[in-house]
Design a protein around this ligand. Sequence first.
Ligand SMILES: Nc1ncnc2c1ncn2[C@@H]1O[C@H](COP(=O)(O)OP(=O)(O)OP(=O)(O)O)[C@@H](O)[C@H]1O
Length: 308
Amino acid sequence: MYYFIINPNARCGRGKNVWKKLERILERENAQYQAYITEKPGDAKVFARKLTEGCREPHVIVAVGGDGTVNEILDGLSFCSPVTLGYIPAGSGNDLARSLKLPRKPGRCLKKILSPKYHKQLDYGVLTYGGDEISCRRFMVSAGIGMDAAVCHNILYSRTKGILNKLHIGKLTYLLIGVKQLLLAKPAKGYLLLDGVQKVEFNHAYFISAHIHPYEGGGFKFAPDASYDDGKLSICVMNNRKKRKLIPVLLNSMFGRQSHNKGTRFYTCGEAMVHVDKPMAVHVDGESCFCQNDIQLRCIKKAVRMIV
Ligand SMILES: Nc1ncnc2c1ncn2[C@@H]1O[C@H](COP(=O)(O)OP(=O)(O)OP(=O)(O)O)[C@@H](O)[C@H]1O
């Protein structure tokens, strides 16, 4: 039995069209499946929790949507039952699909899921934040604090995304909002504590991102060396006294080039603590975790079994 969790509103309604196509294939193939369609943010997490909590049966849960839908499903999973994930990308960013080199066509993704040849055990990350009330949120692709998260916050509530998605140039949303947030961005002072021992100070950080997969923001390769099964986070610190010097770095990342530019620092660790001197936006897989001064990040090794 396959359990599909579908965000019909992914990429401004593409999720719904993709699901219609998939349903036809599933009927044709006589596949046993149940479909859970989300109606609002948070539903995918609730469905994933209900499907896996207290259950010992093996489950195949297939996400149909964007990175945000995969994030919610991951966040809701109870790992007490053997769960295998499948993913059919239908979002605007699709950074997970890019990293796993999943087929672009939903039908081809579905065929892989219905006759799986390969599985991978993937790492996932956990972000912890909050003062009096501590919150934890899992992430599949990346988490970040600062300008990258401000872009995600802005995109979540942007009308431009809808218009550009309809014109099939949704990736431009990230670029346009990225430029706007770059103009607005103010750097922070702070420090990173890597694996509880190595302290790294910074004075002009625009953002700090922690990666399981190399891309975020719809194809920006901020962590070229990130590996999804090494049990480590790849940390990227975008630190520069002069804001204009971030432009070539961002362009390099956008075109997938390794950025050795001055001001970009990379670290690898199992866990990290980040402190900034003023509250900054925080995201996990593009989903908002509000504004924080302090966050903690850790990597859980090879805990997610995924059909690829
Ligand atoms: N039925 C729904 N209506 C509105 N929003 C939803 C619904 N279901 C889920 N969401 C929310 O939509 C947001 C984005 O979803 P998702 O990531 O799947 O699509 P996307 O943003 O188009 O893709 P990407 O993250 O790859 O850019 C998430 O915050 C999710 O909680």
